[in-house]
Design a binder for this molecule. Structure first.
Ligand SMILES: Cc1cc2nc3c(=O)[nH]c(=O)nc-3n(C[C@H](O)[C@H](O)[C@H](O)COP(=O)(O)O)c2cc1C
Length: 348
């Protein structure tokens, strides 16, 4: 099993940070979807989940929005909190704050390509100054007694592929795991994830066997994850957008990697129940109005996995209360159960 410093994970499948999406409610939903692995005492599911990127100064000020982003609870373990920025002292203090507020792993974001972050030299801009980045990492490692990890891209662009040199330098100062998204910053999310690039980082880390490399990018199925492990030699996989469409993908992947077989797929109705659970968890944590707004934003991610259900998107956009949401979903699920998922529930 995958281990990050002293933290032993129950699977080598990790939930990626996705700003605006991987909040506490979503993490709890994904964590709940598990299946026992036959003939073992293990359960297939999420190995580690991460908060979205947190601004260290905002965290230290306990700014309201950041407190929502950093919110966690006992069921949300093991949890990694991700920080971005460039000021070593502020990052170190924010890392201490993260540990005091529930993080058992702290991650430094070195991969965000968004201008708002890179213009202040944070996120993937850290790839452009590896020497300072290593010192920054060292400062954070020394500030906390939990493992500190780094999430990088291959490099800023094709002319500066720094992953294979930066990863071992980070390990030398105590970084406990490296996640590599197989694209450059310049690529943003264009093109496809480059497994050969991830393989080069894995190869460069061969003298650091205690520091796992986790591969990330474009995993949409358990088979994609297996291919990433086989082709690159990485020890774990991190899944982002695939989980927004199919929150059960982490369970399916962990099961497949452990057994070589796919678990019994969720029925159509069970998938709809996942979305209901997401809504109910949002209601509990954020209140009805926010839950309705957020589930409307999420329906375009859920919708493809719940097809055939024509009208689902429109239906969710029009519900005005939790009661209406539940009525709408219950009617749809009853129809699915009575006619089978092959027949479109056009009337809903
Ligand atoms: C909308 C969006 C927000 C993201 N936010 C973060 C973030 O806060 N921190 C981070 O390290 N990566 C972030 N990422 C990158 C993902 O964690 C992941 O590396 C990337 O989406 C590739 O993996 P995937 O193909 O499985 O989604 C974000 C990606 C997207 C699309």
């Amino acid at each position: 099993m995958l281990q990050i410093g002293p933290v032993r994970l129950s699977s080598n499948v990790l939930l990626a940070p996705i700003a605006g999406y991987c909040d506490l409610a979503f993490r709890l939903v994904v964590r709940k979807i598990t299946t026992p692995i036959p003939e073992t005492r293990c359960v297939a599911g999420v190995g580690l989940a991460c908060t979205d990127l947190l601004c260290p100064q905002a965290v230290l000020n306990e700014n309201r929005k950041s407190m929502w982003l950093a919110a966690t609870c006992d069921q949300d373990q093991p949890l990694c909190m991700q920080l971005y920025g460039t000021d070593p002292d502020i990052l170190a203090q924010a890392a201490q704050w993260a540990v005091e507020h529930g993080a058992c792993v702290v991650d430094i974001n070195m991969g965000c390509p968004v201008d708002k972050v890179t213009k202040k030299n944070g996120g993937s801009k850290l790839l452009c100054d590896p020497a300072s980045t290593v010192l920054l990492a060292k400062r954070v490692v020394e500030a906390v007694d939990v493992p500190v990890t780094a999430k990088i891209r291959l490099g800023w662009d094709d002319r500066s592929i720094v992953g294979p040199s930066l990863a071992p330098a980070l390990a030398d100062v105590g970084i406990a795991a490296i996640t590599v998204h197989g694209r450059t910053t310049e690529q943003k999310f264009r093109g496809s994830c480059r497994l050969d690039g991830i393989a080069r980082v894995v190869e460069a880390m061969k003298h650091h066997p205690g520091v796992p490399v986790i591969g990330n990018g474009d995993i949409k199925s358990p088979q994609d994850a297996k291919r990433m492990l086989d082709v690159t030699g990485c020890r774990g996989v991190m899944i982002g957008r695939g989980a927004l469409k199919q929150p059960w993908l982490l369970r399916d992947t962990a099961y497949y990697l452990a057994t070589g077989e796919l678990p019994t797929p969720l029925t159509h109705a069970e998938k709809a129940e996942v979305m209901i659970d997401h809504f109910d968890t949002l209601c509990r944590l954020r209140g009805e109005e926010t839950a309705l707004r957020m589930i409307r934003q999420r329906i375009s991610w859920y919708s493809p996995g719940l097809q055939p259900w024509p009208g689902l998107r429109r239906g969710i956009q029009t519900v005005q209360s939790a009661a209406q949401f539940h009525d709408y979903m219950a009617t749809g699920i009853e129809q699915i159960k009575s006619v089978g998922s092959e027949i479109a529930v056009a009337a809903v």
